[in-house]
Design a protein around this ligand. Structure first.
Ligand code: CA
Length: 408
């Protein structure tokens, strides 16, 4: 069937074909596609074959590819797949394959605006219990709209980038003076991110049923969070410096089309949502059957299931634009921490260790409430593809490095 031979359940098989941007000593940044442990240089292949869109693969980001629009992007994906199916391409393709360990992976797209949602009921309830024990777990709007905030696009970094422990203000001690210094409650949030393509006009909005026209691809996201900074600053305007120092995304963007076999019904929304958040059919308002794993220094600490999310990606996009705010290519919105009902599916250490009161034990015998300097966090994920195959989400990995001097 294909000259590219790999077991069906192998990582980065032909059901995935994610795009990324790579460079190496003899090649400036360009677009590649991941297959197994290799990257195919699409720039060179497209040039050799006289592909009509060869220029988009020579670009140092995926934005030009995304700007081709959904129909052209589907055609490009079909062409990429054909390169591994039709053996007339075999020699050319094999010449342009590089080991992924031999290239430098770059931030895959120019991030335009970044929004982070809060779409897991378990996560929102858990955070409510921990941060606001005297109030209801969920704010009154939570079941009526997907709550979100605008994050900092400029500090989104590619997987593999070290994350410096942030300095900041924390709750005052008994003397009433805010503490200042390195966060001692540095945390992770395991999330799924959606990369947007295409622009919209001011004053218009994207309907739930049309969201697919703007959902280019999927990345894994680690929304690093300093809980002590967050707890002191977040009322009433929400997350600010406790989140904005770094957000890591995977180097690989999996085309949204790859998730056609992973669409599932949402767990259920009660009360019914307003009409602009409803699709024409149930199929418009779908969840995704994405299985996630979070490892801390190699030890599995959580296995969240994205299908547990209360709000669907299409509803998030519809809500994001319902006020007429424009979209542009490179916008990124993330789901919020993915947490299920049981502690072993909680996607943050805040929840997993219940604010460090119930630490997790790692394989080396040490335990963690929050992250220590030198800790390595790795998030991975997969979804069902056609015929027993797997769609591999790009991994997102980061190492915590010590805080810099405060200059004080
Ligand atoms: Ca988050």
């Amino acid at each position: 069937m294909t000259w590219w031979e790999q077991p069906d359940d192998a990582a980065y098989g032909l059901a995935t074909l994610p795009y990324g941007v790579f460079s190496c000593a003899d090649a400036p940044s360009r677009v590649g596609v991941r297959v197994g442990d290799h990257v195919l240089d699409l720039s060179e292949v497209a040039l050799a074959l006289g592909h009509e869109h060869a220029d988009v693969f020579a670009a140092p980001s995926l934005n030009a590819l995304m700007d081709l629009g959904p129909q052209r992007c589907r055609e490009v994906r079909a062409w990429v797949r054909e390169l591994f199916v039709d053996d007339t391409y075999q020699q050319l393709v094999e010449r342009q394959l590089r080991r992924v360990t031999d290239v430098r992976l770059q931030l895959p797209f120019e991030v335009a605006d970044y929004v982070d949602f809060y779409a897991s009921e378990s996560h929102a309830s858990n955070v409510g219990k921990i941060f606001r024990p005297d109030s209801p777990d969920l704010p009154p709007s939570w079941r009526h709209l997907p709550i979100g905030y605008h994050g900092r696009a400029g500090t989104i970094v590619v997987s593999g980038t070290d994350v410096v422990r942030p300095n900041g203000q924390q709750r005052p001690g008994p003397d009433g003076v805010p503490r200042f210094g390195p966060s001692s409650k540095l945390d992770i949030e395991c999330e799924v991110g959606f990369v947007v393509s295409g622009s919209t006009a001011p004053g218009t909005s994207v309907r739930v049923g049309d969201a697919g026209d703007h959902l280019f691809g999927v990345v894994l996201v680690n929304d690093w969070s300093a809980r002590d900074i967050q707890a002191w600053e977040y009322v009433p305007l929400g997350p600010f410096l406790g989140k904005s120092f770094a957000t890591s995304i995977s180097a690989w963007v999996v085309p949204f089309e790859a998730f056609a076999h992973a669409q599932v019904l949402l767990p259920g929304q009660d009360p019914p949502v307003l009409p602009y958040l409803q699709g024409q059919t149930d199929r418009d308002v779908f969840g995704l059957d994405v299985h996630l794993e979070v490892r801390l220094n190699g030890s599995l600490v959580s296995a969240p299931e994205f299908r547990d999310m209360y709000w669907s990606p299409a509803q998030m996009l519809a809500h994001l634009t319902v006020n007429g705010a424009t979209l542009r290519t490179g916008d990124l919105f993330a789901s919020g921490t993915v947490s299920g009902a049981s502690p072993d599916t909680y996607g943050s250490l805040l929840e997993r260790t219940w604010n460090a009161t119930d630490p997790v034990t790692l394989a080396d015998g040490t335990s963690r409430g929050f992250l220590e300097d030198g800790d390595v966090v790795t998030m991975t994920g997969w979804a069902p593809g056609p015929d027993g195959t797997r769609v591999t989400l790009g991994e997102v990995r980061g190492t915590v490095t010590p805080a810099r001097g405060t200059g004080a």
